[in-house]
Design a protein around this ligand. Structure first.
Ligand SMILES: [Zn+2]
Length: 578
């Protein structure tokens, strides 16, 4: 491996947090001199940051190779036509960087590579004998983020590992998916990252099924729920909930009755005015869904989840209707819509099924209807789970558990895509009977730069980074406290050489600095093993060894140090393997 000397490398640590950094990992990456900002969402990896990044890449590459995936490298520049062909040019919208070449041909900087790889598969994979195949690359991706923030977490340019599987049958595609899923678990574990796997929405990627690999962190941008009793966990965009049997309200058999509710518009105001709990109110929202107008009913105390709504209605395009459309569809103003007497299709959240004695809008200004029984009084087209799951909701998988909301950082995502892209690009193969079939596809991403930062988000203390052994830029730092003394220089160099020969990267802090500065920098930079060589310890024939994760600083005989350090290194690398 290699030996580096601080005095010859480029490490600049900062005492203060950068002003634009909001989360610990971003602050630490800048303070430890791992990255430097060029402009919003664009960063340079400095020597130590680059070393750590290459280690993450190496682990991901090894696990992909081990799972049988084949490494390729596709162009980052992609012609516009292929995005038109998949139907995603408009869906990607302004997130995609677009440009022209000198012949005025339109190009995009790839935010992902389903189009390119499916074209490649269509040309190269022709027979069932060539299947299954999984192709992957580790490459820079581009996204025109409106508001880049959190350092590498939401950057305009980032490194991803993206893989794509091609199979002859749905069963075989499940097997390819399983292999990637397991490779992801191993890769994250080897990076020292604890991840939570959650069920996720397929979003703009399309397809049928997906899982996200989440790092739990308060600073995470994704909401997830997990069951406190079983393994169920899901992204909030997708999370389901169980629907307990409803208790009937006291006056639930009465006929509907209109009441005046002057100046009460919000759910809170209506509930207060009528002195009834908000969950007894039904809110009626008017939506435009793929060109038609529909009414959506939800419990008064819940928010409609448009991801779930779109999936339930198999909608491509969905948005709240404007005032004019609401007036035309209901005959009443905004804020007083209700399901009774509507001629547009009405869809209701499953939680409302069996609810009697409810309150709804009356489609008249300042008026509500009491004693509503949806089954009796309204024409419900269908019941769907279309609201957000919340804290304390019952788990949809087990009877016992309650759901808990958490925050997470998405570091990996696996999708079962099916034939969406292989149909669009005619990626077909001949089966044993000479029949032409579309290949079944999966796609799999790991945010490599984001994984690196997530490790720091999960593994730091008040002094700095606490690197896992596997991805630390240098697993060992030797602090020579008196670089002017030949004895100390010689002991430092001998130990460094022994470790280097054993395959470890070593950084020697040979600066003419006070010990306090060297200790503080070593803690900030997070080297897993810190060795101190000083006149005092050498006088006894010893050096000091301190692990970043431990408080103790045991002394050890100088001549046994290399062996001991090797042992610590190998044990902690082994402990990260699943
Ligand atoms: Zn459960």
């Amino acid at each position: 491996m290699s030996i580096a000397r601080w005095s010859e490398t480029l490490i600049s640590t900062l005492r203060d947090d950068p002003q634009d950094a909001e989360i610990p990992s971003h602050k630490l990456m800048v303070r430890a001199g791992l990255i430097r900002k060029l402009s919003g969402g664009l960063y340079t990896f400095m020597p130590l940051g680059c070393k750590a990044l290459r280690r993450v890449e190496a682990i991901v590459r090894q696990e992909m190779d081990r799972a049988g995936a084949l490494e390729i490298l596709m162009p980052a520049l992609q012609p516009r036509e292929i995005w038109e062909q998949s139907g995603r040019y408009d869906i990607m919208g302004d997130v995609m960087f677009k440009l022209q070449d000198r012949q005025k041909r339109e190009l995009a900087l790839g935010p992902t590579h389903e189009e390119v790889v499916t074209l490649l598969a269509a040309a190269e994979l022709k027979s069932y004998r060539q299947l299954p195949r999984t192709l992957y690359q580790i490459q820079t991706k581009f996204r025109d983020e409106i508001r880049p923030r959190f350092g590498l977490m939401r950057a305009k340019e980032f490194i991803m590992k993206d893989a794509y599987s091609f199979d002859r049958s749905w069963d075989a595609a499940d097997e390819s998916y399983r292999k990637m899923y397991e490779a992801y678990l191993r890769a994250f574990a080897r990076c020292g990252l604890r991840v939570k796997v959650v069920e996720a929405d397929t979003g703009a990627m399309g397809g049928q099924w997906s899982h996200e690999f989440m790092v739990l962190a308060d600073s995470g941008e994704d909401g997830i729920v997990e069951c406190d009793a079983c393994a169920y966990a899901a992204n909030l965009e997708r999370a389901e909930r169980a629907f307990p049997e409803l208790e009937p309200y006291p006056d639930s058999d009465k006929a509907p009755e209109q009441v005046s509710t002057p100046n009460a518009k919000t759910i809170g105001q209506v509930a207060a005015f009528l002195k009834c709990p908000p969950e007894r109110l039904i809110k009626t929202l008017i939506y435009n869904v793929d060109g038609r107008t529909v009414a959506i009913l939800a419990p008064g105390d819940r928010d409609v989840n448009e991801h779930k709504l779109a999936r339930a209605l198999e909608a491509r395009d969905l948005a709240l209707a404007d005032d004019e459309t609401i007036a035309a569809a209901t005959g009443g103003p905004v804020g007083f819509s209700g399901p009774i007497g509507l001629t547009i299709p009405v869809y209701a959240d499953t939680a409302l099924k069996g609810l009697r004695g409810a309150v709804t809008g009356a489609n008249r200004v300042d008026t509500h209807v009491l004693n509503v029984d949806l089954d009796r009084d309204a024409a419900i087209e269908a019941w769907h789970d279309i609201c957000f799951a919340e804290n304390d909701d019952r788990c949809p998988r087990c009877a016992a558990g309650k759901l808990r909301e958490k925050r997470g950082i998405e570091v990996g995502h696996v999708f079962k895509l099916g034939t969406k892209y292989t149909e669009a690009f005619s990626a077909r193969f001949l089966d044993e009977d000479g029949q032409s079939e579309a290949m079944i596809m999966g796609c799999y991403g790991i945010g490599v730069t984001r994984t690196l930062q997530s490790v720091i988000e999960q593994s730091h203390d008040e002094k700095g980074i606490v690197w896992p052994m596997s991805i630390a830029p240098y697993p060992v730092a030797i602090l020579n406290l008196t670089p002017g003394k030949p004895d100390c220089v010689e002991a430092t160099q001998t130990l460094a050489r022994e470790l280097d020969e054993a395959g470890l990267d070593v950084l020697i802090d040979d600066r003419d600095e006070r010990p306090g500065v060297k200790f503080a920098d070593a803690d900030l930079l997070g080297f897993p093993i810190r060795v101190v060589v000083s006149e005092r310890s050498l006088a006894g024939g010893n050096v000091e060894i301190k692990l970043r994760t431990e408080k103790a600083t045991p002394v050890i005989e100088k001549d046994n140090a290399a062996l001991k350090i090797r042992q610590i290194y190998q044990d902690s690398i082994k402990a990260l393997i699943l």
